[in-house]
Design a protein around this ligand. Structure first.
Ligand code: SF4
Ligand code: SF4
Length: 105
């Protein structure tokens, strides 16, 4: 097993947006609690899943398919939060450092 159960992927919402955004749209996302990383076209939000209890998934046997997908064989194009145990299999462009303003892990 590679996952170290750090819980990062259950605590942050990460969206990759297709193109850069203007000042108004940046503000729109920020007032809704997102951190905008314009250079990487990424929106980030600290928003822990309600099923995360003591840093573990409390519905492990029934968790959504999306939550089961991350493993070393399926990392193509996937963003990995820095500190994830799969970081060592990812290309540097896939590794996302959490900005200080949002870092809560
Ligand atoms: S359902 Fe479980 S694995 Fe999926 S985000 Fe929530 S706590 Fe994490
Ligand atoms: S971020 Fe990586 S190591 Fe941490 S719980 Fe998610 S898959 Fe596991």
């Amino acid at each position: 097993m590679e996952c170290s159960q750090c819980g990062r992927c259950c605590k942050y919402i990460v969206f990759q947006i297709p193109s850069s955004i203007d000042k108004d749209l940046k503000e729109y996302y920020e007032v809704r609690g997102f951190v905008v990383l314009p250079a990487q076209h990424i929106l980030l939000q600290y928003n822990p899943c309600p099923y995360l209890k003591d840093n573990k998934c409390s519905i492990h046997d029934k968790k959504p398919e999306l939550c089961r997908r991350l493993d070393a064989k399926h990392l193509d194009g996937v963003l990995i939060l820095k500190g994830c145990a799969y970081e060592k299999y990812a290309h540097p462009y896939q590794i996302l450092e959490l900005p200080e303003s949002i870092r809560k892990v």
